[in-house]
Write a protein that binds this ligand. Structure first.
Ligand code: HEM
Ligand code: HEM
Length: 182
């Protein structure tokens, strides 16, 4: 895989991505995912999938339409190099419940421990498994629901579909709250 040149992505970030994801990859709205510190390969893969339509999203589709393969590699390098900001979780009871699921899964329903793929501290495991630490709870819940309905059916998403289909709404809320504070 070619190594990205973060500096070459700056203009695109200023003109397009920064408005929603923050020029430093820390978004201010919980609808828009944080990209700071995410693995570059994962970012590039998602951009390619938005462009091909493998990951369907009406908001992202027009933003990637004109990006070249090289732009997408450079954007991955750019956002991966940004520093994630610590974001404290809010609800302690929900956090405790979420932590239990994140670290130990739910043996009864067959939900595996999230930590086994996303890492004990949510840092992810390059190149396949994305960083989750500090992600907006609202975005995490939205993606888990997209996996559960099959709406997010991109490559790699199949793994998450199987898991999300076994999760309750309450488990999604709890684990998302925990993840948001990692
Ligand atoms: C998702 C990058 C512009 C709104 C994403 C993701 C990436 C990304 C990598 C997936 C994140 C993940 O899976 O964790 C970019 C880049 C942009 C750009 C590089 C500039 C070229 C924008 C703009 C908006 C936006 C301008 C708002 C108008 C969103 C939303 C999602 C998203 C709503 C979540 C999509 C979903 O629910 O599946 N973006 N983005 N992005 N982005 Fe962007
Ligand atoms: C992606 C949550 C367990 C493999 C994701 C995403 C979320 C998530 C929110 C989307 C990230 C984003 O859009 O930025 C969880 C939770 C888990 C869990 C809450 C535990 C209940 C696992 C396990 C595996 C796994 C056990 C491996 C067997 C993946 C992969 C992706 C992903 C490969 C990336 C999909 C893609 O390429 O688009 N996960 N996960 N996850 N997860 Fe998990």
């Amino acid at each position: 895989v070619a190594k990205g040149d973060a500096a070459k992505a700056q203009k695109i970030v200023n003109d397009i991505c920064g408005a929603c994801h923050g020029t430093d990859g820390n978004s201010t709205s919980p609808t828009y995912p944080n990209l700071a510190g995410q693995h570059p390969e994962y970012i590039t893969k998602q951009l390619n999938e938005f462009k091909s339509g493998a990951r369907r999203n009406a908001t992202m589709a027009p933003n990637v339409a004109k990006l070249s393969a090289e732009d997408m590699v450079n954007l991955g390098a750019y956002f991966a190099a940004q520093l994630p900001k610590a974001k404290p979780a809010k609800d302690p009871a929900l956090v405790a419940e979420g932590q239990k699921l994140y670290k130990g899964g739910n043996a009864g329903s067959g939900v595996p421990a999230c930590a086994s793929c996303h890492g004990p501290a949510g840092a992810g495991i390059p190149v396949q498994f994305p960083r989750l630490a500090g992600q907006h709870a609202k975005y995490v819940v939205a993606q888990l629901k997209n996996f559960r309905t099959g709406d997010r059916a991109n490559d790699g998403g199949k793994m998450m579909q199987t898991i999300a289909k076994k999760m309750t709404d309450q488990e999604m809320r709890a684990v998302a709250e925990y993840i948001s504070g990692l």
